[in-house]
Write a protein that binds this ligand. Structure first.
Ligand SMILES: C[S@@+](CC[C@H](N)C(=O)[O-])C[C@H]1O[C@@H](n2cnc3c(N)ncnc32)[C@H](O)[C@@H]1O
Length: 258
């Protein structure tokens, strides 16, 4: 994708999520981003303010078992729903960090954290792009992400960054929208469709390729059975189906010698 198109994507995404962050009714509506969010249930109580702005498409925390003292990083944390969940799993000695590129989302998540300050001392929200993470190398036990990576115009760079910040043996756990076949670049030009988690989605095979080239091992992919399935034919009459998927991968203890 050329630089101008990349900027167009980032602008469209920021505008859509700024609107969601500042709206009174923050439910996701018909957005593709919300497919499968009903699957989320890991039992933790979280602030109502964060639950009311849930725009995820699965449950990355169900794929992992963070323990007391671990550090969890959430890519595209939105209103903070998964960060608040993770904060309870890692306890007072652990940390839960959210990164998001939309200032309004970061403000909203920080307001929620401040309001419930006592309970969420270990939570932090940082403004930044997932392609240039404001996070130290080799410092994170688990990277999670819920319906965000499809929105990135440079997914290769996202996986390189995740690899950089994870500790050796650290795990990436993702819920994301995937498509049943590769979409040609010419069908990815509708910015509304991109920011709604459709036009930027990749197939699970592409996910595996990108993760493997970034150095990850033990890649696991699962298309969720009860996800919503749509036919999309608006972009250049190219039809494809979207699913919610879970993806998990590990940063090896040492990089394989090629
Ligand atoms: C569909 S929402 C999901 C929010 C949250 N993960 C949830 O489950 O409710 C996508 C979020 O990702 C953020 N985002 C999209 N692209 C991003 C990027 N390249 N870097 C950082 N954040 C991004 C948006 O600002 C938005 O808050």
């Amino acid at each position: 994708m050329d630089q101008n198109s990349e900027l167009d994507v980032r602008k469209a995404v920021r505008e859509r999520y700024a609107k969601l962050a500042t709206s009174v009714d923050s439910s996701c509506g018909d957005d593709g981003c919300c497919g499968g969010s009903q699957l989320i249930s890991i039992g933790e109580s979280i602030p109502a303010e964060a639950a009311s702005i849930n725009a995820g498409c699965g449950s990355p925390l169900l794929l992992i078992s963070p323990k007391e003292g671990d550090t969890v990083l959430d890519l595209g944390s939105g209103g903070g729903i998964d960060v608040f969940r993770a904060s309870q799993l890692v306890g007072e000695s652990g940390r839960a960090i959210g990164v998001d590129a939309t200032p309004e989302m970061i403000s909203r998540a920080r307001e929620t954290a401040e309001k419930h300050g006592e309970k969420y001392q270990n939570v932090e929200f940082r403004l930044g792009e997932i392609e240039n993470l404001p996070v130290q190398s080799d410092s994170i036990d688990y990277v999670i992400s819920n319906c965000v990576i499809n929105l990135s115009p440079n997914k290769r760079r996202v996986f390189e960054e995740v690899f950089r910040v994870l500790k050796p043996n650290g795990i990436l756990a993702v819920a994301d929208i995937t498509v049943d076949k590769e979409i040609p670049d010419s069908a990815r030009t509708n910015m509304d469709s991109w920011s709604a988690c459709i036009a930027g989605a990749i197939s699970t095979a592409q996910y595996r390729d990108l993760l493997t080239s970034a150095g990850f091992s033990d890649v696991e992919l699962e298309t969720l059975q009860d996800s919503s399935v749509r036919e999309n034919s608006d972009s250049h009459k190219y039809a494809f189906k979207t699913f919610s998927s879970h993806i998990k991968a590990r940063k090896p203890l040492s990089r394989p010698v090629l």
